[in-house]
Design a protein around this ligand. Structure first.
Ligand code: GLU
Length: 305
């Protein structure tokens, strides 16, 4: 396996330069487009890694499945479904997804920005500090890494420039889908996107989703298996933005990408995979990261189809 990963990294290295760093969040444009890393955690307890697997980056949209999980744990499936739907939008992650005058919960899904902003209001807590604290704590727990923190400069950079998300949040409020203070909700969302992780953290998180809510070594259950099924199903149809269909054909496993260059891929019952390469394609997915996953999936017969 080590050899395979090194071989694939070499093959995919040239693709990194074809990607573009996300510069709409100014701080993200400071990344190194040449980075490419992978960490694989298998159900037999073995793990394998290569390249920049230990380099920290911000989680960005990969927080959305964790936010969905927490919303499910706090409210159950019926409430979550009535607030944010599950249908793929087929549109970019920050699209103003409204077809008529009226925006409905059914127009949202938990993996696009509007859905994620709405989900922040479903997390339980006395105030937004407590709500965000619970999300950070769950992320640390799933990753089995108590040291995970927020990248303050990325957080401030997005808070300063995130006017599109501000517009989306106001639209949610005007449609009655959220009722809390917009700036407070957005602050929670921006902080959530700025949580700093590595490929190893993402592999640990995705392994628990692959293992239907249980830790590998101890068998400790962190959440009910039905929530893993829910999250994985949503990831399969909407996890890679408007590139989810193409990804399903090429790679064939539930996954979530973020504009920081991270991808977390879940191979049910078999493995958790964390990938990092910050050069993005036109849809906001890690370009070399997808190529790496595509080749890895072919070689290891990972597609669930
Ligand atoms: N913080 C980013 C935004 O809201 C997340 C987008 C992403 O990773 O897809 O624009």
């Amino acid at each position: 396996m080590e050899e395979l990963l090194e071989e694939l990294l070499e093959e995919c290295g040239p693709y990194t330069a074809q990607g573009r760093l996300a510069d709409y969040i100014p701080e993200l444009s400071k990344g190194d487009v040449n980075d490419l890393g992978i960490y694989v955690m298998r159900s037999d307890g073995k793990h394998y890694q290569a390249g920049s697997y230990n380099k920290p980056f911000t989680i960005q949209s990969v927080i959305k499945p964790i936010l969905l999980l927490l919303a499910l744990m706090d409210n159950g499936t019926d409430v979550v479904r009535s607030h944010v739907g599950v249908e793929a939008t087929g549109k970019p992650f920050d699209a103003i997804n409204v077809t008529d005058q009226q925006l409905l919960s059914d127009h949202l899904n938990p993996m696009v920005n509007m859905g994620a902003i709405a989900m922040c209001t479903l997390v339980k807590g006395r105030d937004y500090e407590e709500r965000f604290g619970r999300l950070l704590e769950l992320t640390r727990q799933l990753a089995d890494n108590p040291e995970i923190e927020v990248d303050e400069s990325v957080y401030l950079s997005e808070k300063r420039t995130g006017n599109k998300n501000r517009a989306l949040a106001f639209l949610l409020k005007s449609s009655g889908i959220i009722s809390d203070d917009v700036e407070e909700v957005l602050d929670c969302y921006f902080r959530a996107c700025s949580i700093k992780v590595t490929c190893k953290d993402l592999a640990h998180i995705s392994y628990i989703l692959a293992n239907r809510g249980k830790r590998l070594q101890t068998d400790e259950r962190l959440f009910p298996s039905q929530y893993a099924r829910y999250v994985n199903a949503v990831l399969m149809t909407c996890g890679m933005y408007d590139g989810s269909g193409d990804f399903a054909v090429k790679v064939g496993v539930p996954a979530k990408s973020g504009v920081g260059g991270g991808i977390m891929a879940i191979v049910p019952t078999r493995m958790g995979i964390g990938i990092f390469s910050p050069g993005l394609d036109s849809k906001g997915n890690s370009l070399a990261g997808i190529k790496l996953l595509e080749l890895f999936s072919q070689r290891m017969y990972l597609s669930i189809f």
